[in-house]
Write a protein that binds this ligand. Structure first.
Ligand code: ZN
Length: 276
């Protein structure tokens, strides 16, 4: 079996080193890899870039930049510098896209957060474009609105893209975060029609999850209407890879090869069997 249309986020197999991720994904015929900063912390990025290419994997995205908000101008300036560093790392790794978790600061409201996010993205969008790296805003589920992202629906991400109107800024749609939106089909169409549908992350949302961050489900374990969402994404002409992004404390305690096998089995069921 091979899965050229699939990519995996290295945080999915968190216990693995970057070398183990690259080998483990390539050996299973997975086509692409999205690299988390945490996975390559302390690594020689040029070596990692070569390993990815030698394994025949496509580098999809670098995860993650963002966190643009801050209570002081100094904090916000530091955030922009940090994002410049993220861009340099993505460039060294040869990754064409940086995913943005936009940020939210305790002590200020959504409108201030959103305005600072807009300013932060605007500050780096040209530089990113010059280095050939696209910026993808990832709206997060509103449960994270307090301290991770004030952009908490695809509707809000679309509004932000419209406001920014920058040709180098689009959106990363993650089913975990947006499955609940009643107008998701229309928002996906709006996103795609404007050329913003840059990335598509899959997993599942377990309604009985034990941890809002580290208990994501494998596709089919939760309540997201994955087949319907996938149909909407594909009908709108998405031509990138489906990216598996699952944070699971339970699975991280187990063999990561077994985890990947379980992911691929679920993928077959839902994304190949179910739609054919
Ligand atoms: Zn995601």
């Amino acid at each position: 079996m091979s899965y050229p249309e699939l990519a995996v986020h290295t945080m999915t197999t968190k216990p693995w080193s970057i070398t183990e991720c690259i080998e483990g994904y390539a050996r299973r015929g997975i086509g692409g890899i999205s690299v988390w900063r945490e996975t390559v912390d302390g690594e020689d990025l040029c070596t990692v870039r070569r390993q990815i290419a030698d394994a025949g994997l496509a580098g999809v995205s670098y995860v993650r930049g963002g966190f643009f908000t801050g209570l002081t101008a100094g904090d916000r300036g530091k955030a922009i510098e940090e994002n410049r560093q993220v861009l340099r790392e993505a460039e060294a790794l040869g990754l064409p896209m940086v995913v943005l978790v936009c940020g939210a600061s305790v002590g200020q409201g959504p409108r201030e957060n959103i305005s600072q996010i807009r300013d932060g993205i605007a500050a780096i969008a040209d530089e990113a474009q010059e280095t050939g790296i696209r910026l993808a805003i990832e709206p997060l589920h509103p449960v994270y609105a307090g301290d991770r992202s004030a952009i908490c629906s695809l509707a809000m991400a679309n509004d932000l893209c419209a406001d920014l109107a920058h040709p180098n800024v689009g959106i990363a749609v993650d089913v975990y975060h947006v499955w609940w939106e009643a107008d998701l089909e229309a928002q996906l169409r709006r996103c795609a029609d404007h050329g913003w549908l840059d990335a598509y992350h899959i997993c599942d949302f377990k309604p009985d999850q034990e941890d809002v961050l580290l208990d994501r489900g494998i596709m089919g374990e939760g309540c997201a209407q994955l087949a319907a969402i996938d149909a909407w994404v594909m009908e709108n002409g998405f031509d990138g890879r489906r990216e598996v992004e699952i944070f699971s404390r339970t699975w991280w305690e187990r063999d990561q090869g077994d985890f990947l096998e379980a992911i691929l089995e679920a993928y077959e069921d839902i994304y190949r069997g179910g739609l054919e």
